[in-house]
Design a protein around this ligand. Structure first.
Ligand SMILES: [Zn+2]
Length: 137
């Protein structure tokens, strides 16, 4: 398969969808936590994610932490994609260094790995999860 470089026009389209995705994600997170997502808040979420200690976030009881975590991860993925755009490494698989096919980026503009690498990593993750390291509850 011939890997084509992303054209300027395609890049513009991808950048636009990244912007839209980020705005949507921020809005969803803000709606969910009922607060504006400022730097102090993102830091708190960051720390909670690292410690896997969502209780320390001191959010409303009714908040679905799993959903919030998922949204925040996506948000960070998008932020990373913007960094890669600035660094000029956008669209390059971080694992094997090959170009990620544009068709894949159209579906997932913040993708950092090509499909073969992603599949391999997901398989690894499944194996790791199987060791029972993660606590339930
Ligand atoms: Zn790859």
């Amino acid at each position: 398969m011939v890997q084509k470089k992303i054209s300027v026009k395609q890049l513009e389209t991808l950048k636009r969808s990244l912007h839209e995705m980020r705005e949507r994600e921020v809005k969803d997170i803000e709606d969910q936590i009922g607060q504006e997502l400022n730097i102090a808040m993102t830091r708190k979420i960051d720390i909670a994610m690292d410690m896997e200690d969502w209780a320390s976030l001191d959010l409303d009881e009714g908040i679905d932490h799993k959903l919030l975590e998922m949204r925040y991860r996506t948000y960070k993925e998008i932020a990373d994609a913007f960094r890669r755009l600035e660094a000029g490494t956008y669209g390059v698989c971080e694992s094997c260094g090959e170009m990620i096919p544009v068709d894949r980026l159209k579906v997932e503009p913040h993708a950092r790995y090509c499909v073969p690498c992603l599949t391999r990593m997901e398989e690894l993750e499944q194996v790791e999860k199987g060791t029972g390291k993660r606590s339930t509850l």
